[in-house]
Design a protein around this ligand. Structure first.
Ligand code: NAD
Length: 356
């Protein structure tokens, strides 16, 4: 275990500070004038511990629902910041999970052509994955993550005590991204995690070990390809299908759980298309299924799913750019696939098995 992780980015180095079990003194985290953007559930659950933040005149509370992570819904937040007289030498502080992060990061990139921001991630997904990597993603209407910027925070304060109050579905969602990162690291890394999988929800030390190892694996890719033009693309393993599943279920399936179903679906289709030996699907299916089993009966309409896949940023005008495990070592790679009847029937086969 380590106390700090330094990440290189186009804006210079930034640091993840591991605060352990002690809730940070959030109002003390910024030297100048702060503007807090805080998740409404976190504000309610930590009303006593975060009393200073909540009493601050520049505190904006936001419901962390996917529909609020949209261009239309962030306008009132920007208006509030302007009313609070935000300036370029002030600092936005996001306190919440990936939704509050995406909103804050996007606003920080564009407001006054750039305001610094810092992040206190409060979900497992945001602590183990999204807090590093610079990305913001905003929805436009029904199209998920169509707008975005690359804009790392100045600092990230990671406190595992916030995980105590998370719902099990949000723990599973974070574990989904942890599984994804270890699968990208290689079959051995995934298999080690698979052995520990059942203890992740009950052993905090072990979970912290996997938060740190997920961040270390991701660090290698984002430092090499921060702007996602090459090798970082493979971090979309499970995501093209996952985003489509989120759309098709109107976001009732949490992001990281949709990604877990998406990885299983990618593995299934890779076997069907002949570029992954079947034993790899079987090797990974047990853990993936256990992570998403409470959502296995989600109703996923094939036409909505295909329509959502067609909107993915990685597509060309004629093919879908999908990420699959390939070959005897199940290496995660990008493969262009035509959205034809064969692909559609492979998707239907997977969804039929899922519902069975
Ligand atoms: N920018 C990126 O790099 C990136 C990467 C992955 C995912 N994302 C985005 O992140 C979003 C998902 O984020 P998420 O899974 O972190 O969760 P979230 O922000 O959607 O929050 C999930 C739920 O947990 C609640 N919550 C937050 N902290 C809590 C706490 N400590 N205790 C109890 N409840 C708490 C929230 O109020 C919400 O109800 C999606 O919109 C996804 O697209 C962004």
């Amino acid at each position: 275990m380590f106390e700090e992780l330094v990440i290189q980015s186009h804006k210079g180095a930034y640091t993840v500070i591991f605060d352990g079990e002690t809730l940070p003194n959030v109002t003390g985290l910024v030297e100048g004038v702060p503007h807090f953007l805080i998740d409404a559930n976190v504000a309610r659950l930590y009303a006593a511990e975060l009393a200073d933040v909540l009493a601050h005149p520049n505190c904006i509370t936001i419901e962390a629902v996917e529909s609020n992570k949209s261009l239309e819904k962030i306008i009132p937040i920007i208006e509030q910041l302007v009313q609070n007289k935000v300036r370029r030498d002030h600092t936005l502080v996001a306190i919440g999970g990936g939704i509050i992060q995406d909103i804050t990061c996007f606003i920080a990139s564009t407001l006054l052509r750039g305001v610094p921001w810092r992040f206190v991630p409060t979900t497992l997904l945001s602590q183990a994955d999204s807090c590093i990597g610079s990305k913001s993603s905003i929805n436009l209407g029904d199209t998920k993550n169509i707008l975005g910027t690359f804009n790392p925070p100045e600092k990230i304060y990671l406190c595992s005590a916030f995980l105590d109050t998370l719902d099990m579905k949000d723990i599973r969602s974070g574990i989904g991204e942890i599984i994804k990162v270890h699968a990208i690291d290689g079959a051995d890394s995934f298999d080690r995690l698979a052995l520990d999988f059942d203890r992740l929800t009950i052993d905090r030390e072990l979970l912290l070990k996997y938060i740190q190892s997920a961040l270390l694996i991701k660090q290698r890719f984002i430092e090499e390809d921060e702007f996602d033009r090459g090798i970082r693309n493979i971090f979309n393993y499970g995501h093209s299908f996952g985003h489509a599943i989120e759309s098709a279920t109107r976001y009732t399936v949490p992001h990281g759980i949709a990604v877990t179903i998406g990885m299983d679906m990618a593995n299934f289709i890779a076997v069907e298309r002949g570029f992954l030996p079947a034993e790899h699907f079987a090797r990974m299916h047990g853990v993936l299924h256990r992570n998403y089993e409470q959502y296995a009966d989600a109703s996923i309409d094939i036409d909505v799913l295909i329509a959502a896949l067609m909107k993915d940023k990685k597509n060309t005008s004629t093919t879908l750019g999908l990420i699959f495990p390939v070959g005897n070592r199940a290496e995660i790679q990008r493969v262009q696939v035509p959205p034809d009847d064969v692909f559609r029937s492979q998707c239907v086969d997977f969804l039929t098995r899922l519902a069975a």
